[in-house]
Design a protein around this ligand. Structure first.
Ligand SMILES: [Zn+2]
Length: 275
């Protein structure tokens, strides 16, 4: 099955990679107690990162880096995506011969790849993050135009009579934009929040981000900026902000039209081991 389909993702590889990524975080998180000062000014004044390490996903030992891209694990993105997709899919009516399970698997793999594969992984705007010296409004605008452009690319792929390749690419774009949508809720912090752990109220949405929120900054290795283990809501607790719920609900609202458009053009390709 895998051999007959050149487009099939290697899920295990991604999961292994994700596992490594999060091992880094856990290790770092577990050793947090040994860091005497969390003074944000101190953090910002740390020496500049070794640039070659910032986006490196291999060759590190787990102590030197952690997942700068997000506090939501790959499994969190998968479960959010699955919930949103299922709600939309169930409302679409007869989608045969396409398999919702297979479509979801392509979408979810592409979603998680946004944190694990280049060039998406290193592109901070795709994660509602910004560089430590980047202005909030510039980063916010870059995020919005990124999200919009992916949606436009999605529609373009479905123009005319798309072949299987374009249909597959469209699903992957849907997965990646889903990740960016979800990351708005994961990373947004209060505009005047100087450091980690002060998420502020979560309002606005990925199409219209709140002016009271900003993308958390990432300064690289040993130069955490506002993007740290307790920003914005920890993996363990949502701080009562319902980021999860809001992310799920936003994406659920986006899916029906987009899936409908996909089915209209691509369901003729479904069947066998293809979505
Ligand atoms: Zn991310």
């Amino acid at each position: 099955m895998a051999k007959s389909n050149p487009f099939r993702f290697s899920t295990k590889y991604q999961d292994d990679e994700t596992g490594l990524l999060y091992f880094g975080y856990r290790y770092y998180n577990a050793s947090m107690g040994r860091w005497p000062s969390r003074d944000p000014i101190g953090e910002i004044q740390r020496p500049k990162a070794r640039a070659e390490n910032v986006y490196s996903f291999c060759g590190n030992d787990g102590v030197d880096y952690w997942d700068y891209l997000g506090l939501w694990l790959g499994s969190d993105h998968r479960s959010l995506t699955s919930k949103s997709f299922s709600s939309a899919w169930n409302g679409l009516g007869d989608a045969s011969p396409c398999s919702g399970k297979k479509l979801l698997s392509v979408i979810s793999d592409a979603n998680v790849a946004t944190d694990t594969k280049q060039p998406y992984a290193s592109d901070l705007k795709q994660h509602y993050n910004r560089g430590i010296a980047e202005f909030s409004d510039v980063a916010r605008d870059a995020y919005v135009s990124h999200v919009q452009s992916v949606v436009v690319e999605y529609s373009k792929l479905l123009e005319g009579k798309p072949d299987r390749g374009k249909c597959l690419e469209a699903l992957q774009k849907l997965g990646r934009v889903s990740h960016s949508w979800q990351d708005y809720y994961a990373h947004a912090i209060g505009l005047n929040s100087p450091y980690w752990g002060d998420p502020g109220p979560i309002d606005g949405n990925p199409d219209s981000p709140s002016a009271n929120l900003k993308p958390a900054s990432w300064g690289g290795y040993n130069n955490w900026g506002e993007h740290g283990p307790s920003e914005p809501a920890s993996r363990e607790a949502d701080m009562g902000l319902n980021r999860y719920v809001k992310a799920e609900s936003f994406v659920t609202g986006k899916y029906p039209k987009m899936l409908q458009a996909w089915l209209a053009k691509c369901r003729c390709h479904c069947g066998g081991d293809w979505p």
